[in-house]
Write a protein that binds this ligand. Structure first.
Ligand code: ADP
Ligand code: MG
Length: 236
């Protein structure tokens, strides 16, 4: 069975690297695992939005990505799908620790991401958790080591990194900076720089934003490597 799964993942990776269809309409048109496709279907996500169609193939190939698209365009799935694909293809297990870190500017947005992840992740075996404050740090710390996909706000994530027995991100595969423009507007630039400085350089990074600015370009330069740009920023 294991050998069969390895072969399936290998074929999926090949299809992903060879994929070229700028006119894909449905999630089903993309080279995605059955587990993720079933989760999307269960949650009634069938048709791709523009940013999903343009960014998911690029992200799934392993590239760093700077994605810009206006609010309401479907950016959450545009990064959650590649996150699930990445961990699935790495055969991530509960014992492998934090494989994905998703940073969001506010507790409310972090909770929304968590809810979408739970909805589409029903056929994946990863654990997910929120680190957004509200509960004491110790309570969160005790749970954090068992989480595979960690979603949190900048201040709280850095707080956990600074703990004596803190958040271990040595195995991190993929970092997502969501609503990066809002993070900067809210004064999180230094916090984000410090978080990124703690992460392994070998990770993949996806940066999502509604708008573009000089400070956003600075953040991109600091956190991304050889990145591709997709979508277009909203006019402000
Ligand atoms: P953004 O982060 O770009 O502001 P969201 O990811 O929050 O956008 O998505 C906006 C809304 O669109 C949500 O209600 C979400 O459920 C819905 N949505 C996203 N992608 C799809 C899709 N492929 N099919 C149908 N609805 C979608
Ligand atoms: Mg969003």
């Amino acid at each position: 069975l294991r050998r069969k799964e390895n072969q399936y993942i290998e074929e999926l990776n090949t299809r992903t690297q060879e994929f070229q269809n700028p006119k894909a309409t449905y999630f089903q048109d993309l080279p995605l695992s059955n587990a993720v496709l079933r989760g999307l279907k269960d949650a009634s996500y069938v048709k791709l939005t523009d940013i999903q169609r343009d960014s998911i193939p690029v992200s799934s190939k392993g590239n760093d990505v700077l994605a810009a698209a206006k609010t309401g365009s479907g950016k959450t799935l545009a990064f959650l799908v590649p996150v699930l694909e990445k961990l699935y293809r790495e055969r991530w297990t509960e014992y492998d620790g934090v494989g994905a870190l998703i940073i969001s500017p506010t507790r409310e947005l972090a909770m929304q991401i968590y809810e979408v992840l739970v909805k589409i992740g029903t056929h994946c075996s990863f654990s997910a958790g929120l680190v957004i404050g509200g509960k004491d740090v110790k309570f969160e710390s005790e749970r954090i080591s068992k989480i595979n996909i960690l979603i949190g706000t900048p201040g709280r994530i850095l707080q956990h990194m600074d703990q004596a027995v803190g958040l271990n991100t040595d195995n991190l595969q993929i970092l997502v900076l969501d609503e990066a423009d809002r993070c900067l507007d809210m004064g999180f630039q230094k916090t984000l720089d410090a978080i990124v400085g703690n992460l392994p350089a070998s990770r993949q990074t996806l940066l999502f934003s509604a708008t573009q600015s000089q400070s956003l370009n600075d953040l991109a330069r600091l956190s991304l490597t050889d990145y591709k740009t997709v979508g277009k920023p909203a006019n402000v």
